[in-house]
Design a protein around this ligand. Structure first.
Ligand SMILES: [Cu+2]
Length: 504
């Protein structure tokens, strides 16, 4: 045998062995990346319901809330004390609640060892009050944003938004609900007894390493952190006993990267009554609803006396190719919350007729269009820069924004200050579950959505609002841009370097 031949045989053998090892490794990672908690969830703890935040009314009628960002610890599992962060409690925060037309003020105190912010997700409010990365609250400082609630009844939420640190701050437990009511919503015959037949369902996926949270991303997880079990309102393996025929669930995907497709274990139908920004015009009958991080949906489910059903998240078919689907969590199944109906149920009125009126523009009065190409490396190929204003919009005008996922990875798109209408998904009319006011929309690989929104101000050329991917790892990497609202003819101003509020 010639020397060359021997060398070739050795090289080929090495290549085959390395190839098999890599292939085997990839196969091992692939098969281990799928998670299902069906059958292993015990539903052994009663679902906690976040308390309603106490408030006081000042002499000028302003409703004043107080939130303290603080460190704590919580026994999610017996005898394991997990270090956490929360708003005025160990983990998560109380539910703030206000009415349309009300003036609200929130005293936000930061007792953490590092600066953070509180963003009012879904709220229409002045840019200085938005709680984005330009409204940092230094350790020991207090920030007092105030605004007038001027939008329809909705399930909104609040969470930190420090540039580059949002994933960590939310994962440690900083999140809470902000419910809005209005006269029309209060006149409807919907389940509305908070914590009784109207349940907040804040869904997060978590992973533990001993007593601590494990926030590691794991191999090949391009979307960010994915946990191996679901938690609701800070309760693991939760069940809730309900005493009414109709139960309203206010679903919030407060996870940092995981997308859920909610439905019930027996595939029963439910009625969707609201999207991110409030009530739909009429209820949708569905058996699944997909929510990406930051999105909300209110659903109403009918219960029979004595029965049990499980809110489950099912595998998803629009989650990209086999690889993306597997490593992005699209093949996973989670048992989320067991509902246990009492032996006797209070009768609930039927859901009939019109629910809400959409206040989002229909696209016909849009004065201009803009394009946003989503790539993990940046929106329109520009990573976020705190000192750069990307877009300038005119107060009082409507626009149509086209958002396209140009990536192989799933993303979503969230716009601050406004609610938008989804005009089109891939050139077609959107599915019924997206035909409401939205502030966050899932945009899987290759998808294009057209969104219509109106910028009602107030104008502030120097303080930007954000638009970004709400998969928080992506947001932290720089999948974010800034826009200002200006008066007609006015130019964007200078964005000041971020500074932390130190006032008291
Ligand atoms: Cu993204």
């Amino acid at each position: 045998m010639s020397r060359l031949k021997r060398v070739l045989i050795v090289l080929t053998t090495v290549a085959v062995v390395v190839g098999l090892a890599l292939g085997g490794g990839a196969l091992y990672l692939y098969s281990n990346a799928k998670v299902s908690t069906v059958g292993s969830t015990e539903f052994s703890r009663e679902l906690a319901v976040p308390p309603l935040a106490k408030s006081t009314v000042k002499s000028d009628g302003t409703r004043l809330f107080e939130l303290t960002m603080r460190a704590g610890e919580k026994e999610f599992r017996a005898r394991h004390k997990t270090p956490t962060w929360g708003f005025s409690q160990d983990y998560l925060g109380p539910t703030l609640r206000a009415k349309r037309g009300e003036k609200v003020e929130v005293k936000v105190r930061n007792t953490l060892g590092e600066a953070s912010t509180v963003h009012w997700h879904g709220m229409h409010l002045p840019a200085k009050m938005d709680g984005g990365p330009h409204q940092m609250v230094a350790p020991g400082a207090t920030w007092k944003p105030k605004w007038t609630v001027d939008q329809p009844a909705a399930t909104l939420w609040y969470h930190p938004h420090p540039h580059g640190r949002t994933e960590k701050h939310v994962q440690r437990g900083l999140a809470g609900l902000f419910l809005l009511d209005d006269k029309k919503s209060q006149a409807l015959a919907l389940p509305e007894k908070y914590g009784v037949d109207d349940l907040p369902v804040i869904v997060q996926d978590v992973k533990f390493d001993g007593a601590k949270f494990d926030h590691g991303h794991g191999m090949l997880r391009d979307t960010g952190f994915l946990g191996d079990r679901a938690m609701v309102n800070g309760t693991l393996d939760p069940y809730r006993t309900v005493g009414d025929e109709l139960v309203r669930l206010r679903l919030l995907n407060a996870s940092t990267a995981r997308v859920y497709a909610f439905g019930f274990s027996d595939s029963r139908e439910f009625a969707q009554i609201a999207t991110d920004g409030g009530l739909l015009e009429k209820a949708n009958r569905l058996d699944r609803i997909q929510l990406s991080p930051g999105e909300r949906a209110e659903i109403v489910v009918r219960m029979k006396p004595g029965e049990r059903t499980v809110l489950r998240s099912f595998p998803q078919d629009n989650y990209g190719g086999a690889w993306q689907k597997r490593f992005g969590g699209g093949d996973d199944t989670f048992d989320v919350l067991e509902l246990r109906a009492a032996k006797k149920l209070r009768p609930s009125p039927e859901l009939l007729g019109r629910l809400g009126e959409l206040e989002v523009p229909a696209g016909k009065d849009s004065v201009r269009g803009r394009y946003f190409g989503l790539l993990t490396s940046g929106i329109n190929r520009k990573p976020m820069a705190m000192g750069r204003i990307d877009e300038t919009v005119t107060r009082g005008t409507a626009e149509t924004w086209t958002v396209r996922n140009e990536d192989g990875v799933p993303h979503n798109f969230h716009v601050h200050d406004v609610q938008f209408r989804v005009l089109e998904v891939n050139g077609k009319e959107p599915p019924p579950e997206l035909r409401g006011a939205k502030d966050t929309v899932f945009v899987p690989s290759g998808m294009t959505v057209k969104l219509a929104m109106r910028f009602d101000g107030p104008a502030d050329p120097d303080t930007p609002y954000m638009y970004h991917c709400h998969l928080l790892y992506h947001e932290d990497l720089g999948m974010m841009g800034q826009f200002v609202v200006v008066e007609k003819g006015q130019k964007a101003g200078q964005v000041r370097a971020p500074h932390a509020h130190t006032g008291h």
